[in-house]
Design a protein. Structure first.
Length: 347
């Protein structure tokens, strides 16, 4: 017997669309199910000014399939040379929804990120005054810190001091991967929230490394121990409005993933909603999927919940998802959860 669940059309509060041929290939995968998405600015070169954001938004809109209902929510890439006045103006005009902080060298195309946080204090203070949120990639890049500890150290060394130094700054700790991150968000007030990805609810570090290296499970922040994955599942399915969906769907062509120095990122845009239904059902929390995917994010960002709806259907047979999508830059492998998923999105 089939089962169905109808929720407001969801949003993705952390999405990589890239540019050019890759943008044209992956955008339809997100636009099919999601009404809005926070668009990451780590292009080459990065999106650092209001003018950059406007031009990138125009390219995204030009790449949308005819009839698609999708709104890109633009962000600026924070650098030590960012102009506070430009940020304030872009936010006041509705051109950008947030600013993204990458510690320099933390992830894909982050070389232009911040090294000296004192040099961006003026921008952060202007953002606090205007209500513009800061989206944070929460990892230190100190080579002496183990890669599995970088999120916890970031909270202690960077994030907590930064929030104390700039009271009123609204912060989203993106792609939380640890119990430390979950506990820190729970301990904070309404000015702090966290996004959780689909893949971090499904894989731990064993999935990447046991039985051979699985490059399509490699992401940054890297998946952690099973105890951390379980903490993420508990947070996502708890109904706590401080946690909401940010897929961090990050496409790379297979040749960029499957080599001696493979790129970080899991491409989940195609099948996120069915996988989330599977996870929430496993946690006996299917009724809370609506909050996580469609209500908590808009509440934090001060936006309305989408009027349109999305229906998920559970069938007797496993749903067949494409293994890859084609792009002008080469094939992109779709994330495989490693188990049968019986949920699908109704046409």
């Amino acid at each position: 017997m089939s089962q169905s669940l109808t929720i407001p059309r969801p949003d993705d509060w952390h999405l990589h669309l890239r540019d050019g041929a890759m943008l044209r290939a992956v955008l339809p995968e997100s636009a099919r199910h999601f009404a809005r998405a926070i668009i990451m600015p780590n292009l080459v070169p990065p999106v650092v000014t209001g003018a950059d954001a406007r031009a990138y938004r125009d390219r995204i809109m030009a790449a949308l399939p005819e009839g698609a209902d999708f709104t890109p929510l633009m962000t600026l890439y924070l650098t030590e040379a960012t102009d506070p006045a430009d940020v304030a103006r872009a936010h006041a005009e509705g051109l950008i929804t947030a600013v993204k902080l990458y510690p320099a060298g933390a992830t894909t195309n982050s070389a232009s990120g911040v090294r000296d946080f004192d040099r961006v204090r003026g921008v952060l203070e202007a953002m606090a005054d205007s209500g513009c949120p800061l989206c944070v990639h929460g990892e230190v890049t100190d080579p002496e810190i183990d890669i599995f500890d970088r999120e916890a150290v970031f909270i202690d060394r960077v994030l907590d001091p930064l929030r104390r130094a700039v009271p009123g700054l609204r912060v989203v700790m993106e792609h939380v991967t640890t119990r430390d991150g979950v506990d820190y968000i729970k301990s904070a007030d309404s000015d702090l929230a966290g996004t959780i990805t689909t893949h971090h609810l499904i894989i731990n570090r064993n999935h990447i490394l046991v039985g051979g290296i699985k490059p399509h499970y490699y992401c940054l922040p890297v998946a952690k121990r099973e105890s951390h994955r379980l903490a993420l599942r508990a947070a996502a399915t708890s109904g706590d409005a401080r946690f909401f969906l940010g897929t961090d769907s990050a496409p790379h062509s297979d040749d960029a993933k499957e080599n001696a120095c493979g790129c970080a990122g899991c491409f989940t845009a195609t099948n996120t909603m069915p996988m989330l239904a599977h996870v929430f059902e496993e946690e006996a929390a299917l009724g809370r999927l609506e909050g996580f995917a469609a209500r908590h994010g808009p509440a934090f960002y001060g936006l309305p919940v989408n009027d349109a709806s999305l229906t998920l259907v559970k069938g007797d047979s496993p749903t067949r998802f494409p293994r890859r999508i084609d792009s002008g830059d080469g094939p992109v492998t779709v994330f495989d959860p490693g188990f049968p998923v019986h949920w699908s999105v109704a046409d």
